[in-house]
Ligand binder design. Structure first.
Ligand code: BEZ
Length: 215
């Protein structure tokens, strides 16, 4: 048992707050989260290949996340601010892609520990590839963990963000492999009267507990 981390955040928890040095200046998470969703993701290390592909993927989507999905990006690794700045400059010079979203410099590992990004079985000193989707109320709505050697799927991160936002706005759930435009699942009836209404509703359904509609 490793004592680096006493607890890790779970879905439904309030996002643990912190203030940290980032590539865009000092940032307090709760301030950054005001009025928008936040995708907070960690990567193991600057100047590593998989991380470079992932961060470039986030950078290319940054504008559409913000403009279309009211979502800000925030990265983190257990590296110094000098390393982050050098890596950002290097990737821009080599590929033309600029990481404009803030990247937390977590050299003392305090934020990685607070957010459950350190998983000692994988590494004692580098964060795993974690993704936290936090809603504008500061509640963690989705968590993904990937190991060091497997890059994440930008399509899946986007799909789950849109699914969460659509489910929240429409009080519905999303079935297997849901994608924007697909039918959504309605909440099951909770009273006998609601059950009768459901059965008479004309909705497309397998049975009363699995009814769908197009949005
Ligand atoms: C990578 O990003 O390529 C990487 C980082 C840490 C461990 C393994 C791979």
């Amino acid at each position: 048992m490793n004592d680096q981390q006493t607890s890790i955040p779970r879905i439904g928890d309030n996002a643990p707050d912190f203030t940290a040095t980032t590539t865009t200046g000092e940032l307090t998470f709760s301030d950054y989260n005001v009025g928008s969703w936040v995708i907070f993701f960690s990567h193991p290390a600057d100047f590593t290949p998989v991380c470079t592909t992932e961060m470039s993927g986030f950078a290319l989507e940054q504008d559409s996340f913000f403009a279309i999905h009211n979502t800000k990006l925030l990265g983190l690794s257990i590296d110094s601010i000098h390393s982050h700045i050098a890596w950002v400059e290097n990737v821009q010079r080599k590929t033309g892609v600029l990481f404009r979203f803030p990247i937390v410099a977590d050299i003392d590992m305090s934020v990685a520990k607070l957010w459950g990004m350190l998983q000692p079985g994988e590494s004692e000193t580098a964060a795993v590839r974690a993704v936290f989707i936090v809603d504008p109320n500061g509640v963690i709505r989705l968590i993904m963990y990937y190991p060091m050697n497997v890059g994440r799927s930008m399509d899946e991160i986007k799909r789950t963000l849109i699914a969460l936002q659509t489910a929240t706005e429409n009080k519905c759930s999303m079935p297997l492999n849901w994608k924007p435009g697909d039918r959504v699942i309605l909440p099951a009836p909770k009273t006998v009267e609601a059950l009768e209404e459901r059965l008479d509703s004309g909705l497309e359904m397998v049975d009363f507990y699995l009814a769908t509609k197009a949005l």
